[in-house]
Design a protein around this ligand. Structure first.
Ligand code: ZN
Length: 195
């Protein structure tokens, strides 16, 4: 997801614990980092809409807020499921919370090139061209189908998260030169035990 990626963000993302949100203790998951194969394979469709799924979504919001992200996809917490949460207000407006189950982009329009980051690739950002407007078809926590239109940052977040569910990272959209540079730096960090 596009976020204000910093090193402090990844530190927050790695803290594993529980957070009280609206009276219910939520699980804060550690965020899976680039290099884990789960991030690069397509996730499985959701067929069961139950309390467990709703609990998972709330845990995903709590994890995303703890990491100061604006979007999070289930593979990023180690679950290969077609579920993503988005809130471009970072928790400032409860009405901005969006849950996407089995989402797909059914329409895109225009082009916008902006810098993007990802909670699974902390510390690295790159310019990615995305549609300026997208329409997404998805299901909610109860399985009800809906369509939602996003513009600018919201459109970008939808594209980024739906990419995650298809096993695609924002690195894929960068120039080969930029992508290789980031990969090399991550390899070095791994060797130093810092990834
Ligand atoms: Zn991401």
């Amino acid at each position: 997801m596009p976020d204000k990626s910093t090193t402090s963000e990844s530190a927050a993302a790695e803290s594993n614990g529980e957070q009280a949100a609206s009276g219910i203790a939520r699980k804060i998951y550690p965020i899976v980092k680039y290099g884990d194969p789960i991030l690069e394979k397509p996730s499985k469709s959701i067929t069961k809409f139950d309390a467990e799924l709703e609990g998972l979504m709330e845990d995903m919001f709590a994890t995303m807020y703890a990491a100061q992200g604006i979007g999070l996809a289930a593979p990023q917490i180690g679950k290969s499921l077609r579920v993503a949460v988005v809130d471009v207000t970072s928790g400032k407006n409860p009405e901005a919370k969006i849950v996407l189950v089995n989402p797909e982009i059914i329409h895109g329009e225009g082009e916008k090139r902006e810098e993007e980051g990802c909670l699974s690739i902390p510390g690295f950002r790159g310019y990615v061209v995305r549609p300026q407007f997208v329409t997404v078809k998805a299901q909610d926590a109860k399985g009800q189908e809906f369509e939602i239109r996003g513009e600018d940052l919201l459109a970008r977040a939808f594209c980024h998260e739906i990419d995650h569910l298809n096993g695609i990272l924002f690195l894929t959209h960068l120039s080969m030169l930029k992508r290789d540079l980031i990969r090399r730096k991550i390899k070095k960090l791994k060797k130093q035990g810092e990834w």
